[in-house]
Design a protein. Structure first.
Length: 496
């Protein structure tokens, strides 16, 4: 594979396993000495898979830098039209002809396979290549980077931080792994000093970032198709933590032993968050109304401010808000502004999103696809709607994840009255992995634990069954990282 030299600064960037250059010292509040246009103005950059949530944000940044951006994707939509209106040249469908004749760089998303015709064309012509995370890390270096990592909660916390900085009129650039209505989408390009990103551990992509401010929310077993075991995952997070410079800050979960192992010995300043007063950032005087929490923030045991999360239920959101508070504080935002902004924060798309109330049935949709995420989401929904019958339609994501975490998944649905499981969403796995496990295996384990569960392979069967059996006053929650949201769409239509 041909790897690009940096088109911004000229230094060679690594191959996805890390970046060798030392993090540059940057002030926390001032603009980087480089401008958005540095090194990119007039460059021709082609993005394969430009419609992805992260790729769209990167395209916007490149356009702001003065690059001439082209790209392609399999389907169109509002996001593609927005990019075209900003000046990008986008083709629907992928073909070697889409790669511009004069092209300085080709960027491709993690979803692009080696046999993609445009990627093959770029290799044939020896056009410099960059993975999405590599290019994002390079442009992130033009600002004060803020990166949020962890097995769970990354999207919501990244959205929280971006929202707070916007409300503080700091005009951040941000890339979130989910749509955020209050932010106008999953990404935005500002002229302020900060670049906020969701930092994913899969394929160690977060090692392309060199943030001045960072957070590790939690570390659990996941992506075991890539990582050997939990120890390997901890080592990856340790490498991520080491990328924060000595004068930077790293916020980490004080109650998570894996997090403690990951940050041990790092050179930057480490602060913890949690529900105990020994943490640097902690919550006290906690109370809730219908699952929406309010609490006092303590910084090193001293009262810092008061937060009421009026629009997002769940005790786990208290931890996310503590992290957002810490990062925003180090970015220069005052406590009263942080409290007001978090009180107005309404969440990210597909994070316990209320889709509709139809015939007395409340329909929700959620991205959760890991046992821990399932448990905290169901608990939050139960708190928000106590005493109501709960239907959960869970689409497992990846055969390998389902196999590795089968017992944990089986124990995760205790709060559901009825569980329906369609076929596993197939992505990345081998044919052998696909043959090793199926959704009925999960259903059997749930039943063995005393749960009410059934396997219905296709979406039409699920919609028909729910429609025939759901009653006014029930809750219906679709969950999963695949395309289970289509069931929510159809239920909204057909129940109406």
């Amino acid at each position: 594979m041909i790897e690009a030299n940096s088109i911004i600064g000229g230094s060679r960037i690594g191959n996805g396993t890390g970046i060798s250059a030392e993090p540059a010292g940057r002030g926390l509040r001032g603009l980087n000495t480089q401008h958005w246009s540095s090194g990119l103005a007039g460059k021709r950059v082609h993005l394969i898979g430009i419609g992805g949530s992260g790729m769209r944000g990167l395209a916007g940044v490149l356009l702001r830098c003065g690059a001439r951006v082209s790209g392609s994707d399999r389907t169109g939509g509002r996001e593609i039209r927005d990019l075209i209106s900003m000046g990008a040249a986008v083709e629907i469908g992928q073909s070697p002809r889409n790669v511009p004749e004069a092209c300085d760089l080709v960027v491709y998303s993690a979803a692009i396979k080696d046999e993609n015709p445009e990627l093959m064309e770029a290799k044939r012509r020896e056009i410099p290549l960059r993975r999405y995370a590599q290019m994002l890390g390079e442009v992130m270096d033009l600002r004060t980077g803020i990166a949020i990592a962890g097995t769970h909660g990354k999207s919501t916390t990244t959205a929280m931080v971006s929202h707070v900085l916007r409300q503080a009129r700091l005009d951040p650039t941000f890339v979130v792994g989910a749509g955020v209505e209050q932010l106008g989408g999953s990404s935005g390009v500002g002229d302020g000093p900060h670049f906020v990103v969701e930092a994913c551990e899969f394929e160690c992509s977060f090692l392309n970032f060199r943030p001045q401010l960072a957070a590790i929310l939690n570390i659990e077993e996941d992506h075991l198709d890539w990582f050997k075991d939990l120890g390997a995952i901890i080592e990856a997070f340790k490498a991520f933590a080491s990328r924060v410079p000595r004068d930077g800050y790293l916020i980490t979960n004080g109650a998570d032993r894996a997090c403690a192992a990951a940050v041990e010995g790092v050179r930057c300043r480490v602060e913890t968050y949690g529900f105990d007063r020994e943490s640097t950032w902690s919550a006290a005087n906690i109370s809730a109304t219908r699952g929406c929490y309010r609490f006092t923030v303590l910084r090193s045991g001293q009262e810092f401010g008061r937060i009421e999360l009026a629009k997002i239920p769940g005790r786990h959101q208290v931890g996310n808000a503590l992290v957002a508070t810490a990062l925003a504080t180090h970015a220069g935002v005052e406590p009263d502004v942080i409290g007001r902004a978090l009180g107005e924060f309404a969440g990210a798309e597909r994070r316990l999103t209320h889709r509709a109330c139809v015939g007395g049935v409340d329909l929700y949709d959620d991205y959760g696809h890991h046992p821990t995420e399932i448990q905290v989401t169901l608990r939050a929904l139960r708190e928000y709607h106590p005493g109501r019958r709960l239907w959960v339609i869970f689409q497992p994501h990846q055969h390998s994840r389902t196999r590795f975490l089968l017992n944990d998944f089986a124990r995760s649905f205790g709060a559901a009255d009825h569980l329906i499981v369609p076929d596993i969403y197939f992505v990345r796995d081998s044919a052998a992995e696909r043959d090793a496990i199926c959704s009925s295996d999960l259903v059997e384990r749930v039943r063995a634990n005393g749960g009410d569960a059934m396997y219905l392979p296709d979406f039409d069967s699920i919609v028909g069954h729910v429609r025939a059996n759901v009653k006014s006053g029930d809750l219906v929650l679709t969950m999963g990282a695949g395309d289970i949201w289509k069931v929510a769409d159809e239920l909204v239509r057909r129940l109406g």
